[in-house]
Structure formats: C-alpha cells, structure tokens
Design a protein around this ligand. Structure first.
Ligand SMILES: [Zn+2]
Length: 462
C-alpha cells in the first residue's frame, strides 16, 4: 500500500494523488495546474501513469484545481467511475463545462496567432462536449456512508465545509491482511463560515494528507468582517453610486447573497437593486438552493422560515448578455455581483468600464487576488487600469474585505488535526513552502505530530 504525490506539492493547484492497494490504482483528485500561462502548459503533458490503468477516481470537491483535469483523463483512456458527493457532481457539471468552453476559446485565439507564424494548430485540452461526457462517470455518495469502491478500498466522505459538497476523504485500505486508514483533508473550510457546516472532525487515522494553504495565516473574525461589510454598504448608500463586487461564482457569490439576506434591513440592502450578473453564478446558486440538507444551523433556520436563503425581493438575475448590458444604464443604486473573481475576464470588466471612473462608485474586493491580476492592481491602489485597449482612471473607492475565506486558517487547521485521538502521521500538501513549513512547525510543537511535506513524485508507504 502506498501513496504517490503527483500534484499540489509545494504549490496550491494541480492536486493529484495516486494510491496503490492490492495491485489496484486509485486516483484521489485530478486537478488543473492554475496560474501563469507557462505553468498551465503542464496540464497538456502526459499523466504520470496510464489513464486506462486507473481503477477508480475520487474527488474531494468541484474546484478546478481538484477536478479540472478529469475530462482529459477520460479523453486519454480512463473508463471507470468517479466517486464524489452529489453536490460536487452537480457543481462539476457547471464548472467543467465552462472550463471546456474556455479551452475552446483560448485555442481559437492561440491558433490564429500560430497560423500567422506558420505553426501547426493545437487542440483544446478538452472541449465542452468532452467535459459533458465526463458527467457520465460520476457515482455519488452522501457524507458518512461507507462504500467499498474497490476490493480492499472503502471510501467514506465527511463534510469539509469548504464549498457545497466538499468532502474530506477517508479511505480504509486492506492488503495482505493489513488494514490502514488514510485521510485526505481536501480543502478544509473556514470555521464559522456562512451557509455550510464546520469541517467534520475525525477520530482516528494512520496517515493524514493535509492541505496547508493558509498554514501561516490567521483570518480576521467573522464578526469584524460582517461589520466592515455592513459599514461600507450602509455608508455607500448616501453616495448615490453603484457598488461593484467581483466574486468567484461558486461559494463567494452565494455567501454574498446569503449575507445580504441575513442583514437585509440592517445594511439597507432594501434601498438597492441587486444584480447577479453571471450565468454560471446563477446556476451555482441553484445548486446551493437545492441542497438545503447540507446547510448549517443558521442557514437551515432561514430555509425553514423563508425558503431559498439566496433569494432577495430586489434580486435580478442576468443570464443573457443583453440583460447584462442593460445594467450599464444604471447610474446609482445598483449592487452588481459579477465574475471573474480576480477581474481577469468576465462581465465585471464591462461594469468597471462603465463605473470605475466615477467617484461615487464603490468596488468591494471580497476574495483573494493573485499577483498580476487586475483585481490585485485595484487592491494595490492603481489610479489607472487598462480595459481592452483603453486606459481608464480609477475614481471609485476600492474596499478590500479580508476576512472572507473558504479555507481554514492556521488555527483552523491545527484544531482540525487536534481532534484525531491517535496523533497520526501527517503529510502536508496544497501549500506554498512558507505556509507548509510554518504549519509543520506548529503541528509538531503543539500536537507532537510527525509531519512531512510532500515533494513531487514522492512515495509514502502505508
Ligand atoms: Zn477548493
């Protein structure tokens, strides 16, 4: 029995772990490498195993850095099942199809350039149709229901509280009369986050493969975060401009709508028109609305009292681009939620073009902004930005709200580990070097844990 680490080693994308048990191969995660273009080229490389020889795949959650290479795995010969939570399968349907669409668009653009240079055209990583075909492989499970997915491998999903359907993966593996339990944390949620429950503790394991994204950070309290957001929205009201919120379509968008519902009068949301200007955000919200069974106590209460916790009396859903363009006419009183989350594409850029040069506009940054993105330059105080071929001045007030995170911080990660009664061995993944090292030191110091940091292609025996 062994695990080979094939991705998310000393970085936060491209999760991929190969488990070998009793002559079978089980792949946990099949994620995209994301980031700079050169880095993303790695996604085209051959897998480090034969796709056709994998016997089963398990996904922790729908984010593309965990699921986004799945259609490629299938395109290259994988024919077996993909086990995951039902909500993850539904979110994957939306996200993988969108990824396929973007692949096709990217390649069209790249091939035009290649043609001019006399180079051969390239193929998309996978198409929208190929992404759709991947859906047929999904076999879904609920949390807490053990299932033997291969002879000698029993899978149980536990709630990770990160995005809807996100799971901690428990694998009980048996070979030659020995049984070992491995726990893959997946991405662990931020305790106290809206809508979802906190990450489920697990009492026992032989090995824990644990994420470390924020292993060196502490988040602000939820209370302070909501107060800050409420303060900005309440005071913006008198300014008579629009509020623009770039948001990730899965998770953050639903958290915003939910927060608006919870603080509807308190924040003066009733004095605004709220636009969800994102077809994908609308679809993801529908998936969230269908899975009330997965809500935490507060969201369940709201659901029982007033139905859909993401619906507001003044919410407008803009699916078609015509609907989106109509919002451009509105000079004040609109809260516009649109993608992309880091402002690198999507409809938010159009709203910037129409609003960001006006001084009563507010931009609310509610998610992580990677270096080199338009969102990051706004956070860093850019006075001018480039939108298409135009330079646009930034007169809007840009607010950065730091506390909204879908990931556990250092305390959250340590608290989750502490609930293991037998102090299992840990291998850290899904973190940059500094985050991993800081977390490793803390786990060792506070919990006396034996902690390793996964390196690429490293194999750990069980
Ligand atoms: Zn994630």
């Amino acid at each position: 029995m062994q695990i080979e680490f094939l991705g998310a080693t000393r970085e936060v994308t491209g999760s991929c772990f190969l488990v070998r048990v009793g002559g079978q191969r089980l792949l946990v995660e099949c994620g995209l490498v994301q980031g700079a273009r050169e880095h993303e080229e790695h996604n085209r490389e051959p897998f480090l195993f034969a796709a056709a020889e994998i016997d089963a795949v398990v996904l922790t959650h729908a984010h593309l850095d965990h699921s986004g290479r799945l259609p490629l795995l299938i395109k290259r010969g994988y024919t077996g099942p993909v086990y995951t939570h039902k909500a993850t399968a539904e979110l994957c349907a939306i996200m993988l199809e969108d990824a396929g669409y973007l692949n096709e668009k990217d390649v069209q653009w790249a091939n035009k350039k290649r043609q001019r240079k006399g180079l051969k055209p390239i193929e998309p990583l996978y198409t929208r149709d190929e992404a759709r075909a991947a859906q047929r492989h999904f076999q879904t499970l609920d949390y807490g229901q053990p299932r033997e997915i291969l002879p000698g491998a029993t899978l149980t999903l536990r709630d990770a509280g990160h995005i809807l359907g996100s799971a901690i993966v428990e694998l009980e593996l048996s070979e030659a009369g020995r049984t070992r339990k491995v726990v893959f944390s997946g991405d662990l949620g931020h305790k106290g986050a809206p809508i979802l429950r906190d990450p489920e503790p697990i009492a026992q394991a032989d090995l824990v493969v644990m994420e470390s994204t924020y292993g060196n950070r502490l988040h602000r309290s939820w209370e302070a975060t909501w107060q800050e957001m409420g303060g900005i929205i309440s005071s913006a009201r008198s300014g008579q401009g629009n509020i623009l919120i770039p948001a990730f379509t899965v998770g953050r968008t639903q958290e915003l709508l939910y927060a608006f519902k919870c603080h509807y009068e308190e924040w003066g949301i009733d004095g605004w028109q709220v636009f969800l200007d994102s077809p994908m955000g609308i679809e993801a919200t529908e998936v969230y609305a269908r899975h009330a069974k997965l809500y935490d106590e507060q969201a369940s209460r709201i659901y029982e009292q007033s139905g859909d916790p993401f619906d507001l009396p003044n919410l407008h859903l803009s699916r078609r681009s015509e609907d989106s363009m109509q919002i451009n006419q509105i000079r004040s009183g609109a809260i516009i939620i649109a993608g992309s989350g880091m402002c690198t594409g999507g409809r938010i850029r159009h709203h910037f073009k129409h609003n960001i040069w006006r001084e009563h506009t507010h931009v609310l940054i509610v998610g992580f902004q990677a270096r080199g993105t338009l969102g990051r330059s706004l956070v860093d105080g850019a006075k001018r930005i480039r939108l298409w071929a135009e330079t646009v001045q930034v007169k809007a007030t840009v607010h950065t709200i730091g506390g909204l995170s879908a990931h556990a911080d250092q305390d959250g990660l340590v608290d989750w580990y502490r609930r293991f009664e037998n102090r299992p061995r840990v291998v850290l993944v899904h973190g940059e070097l500094e985050a991993m090292e800081t977390l490793a030191q803390r786990l060792h110091r506070d919990c006396r844990a034996e902690v390793g940091q996964a390196s690429f292609r490293q194999t750990v025996a069980l």
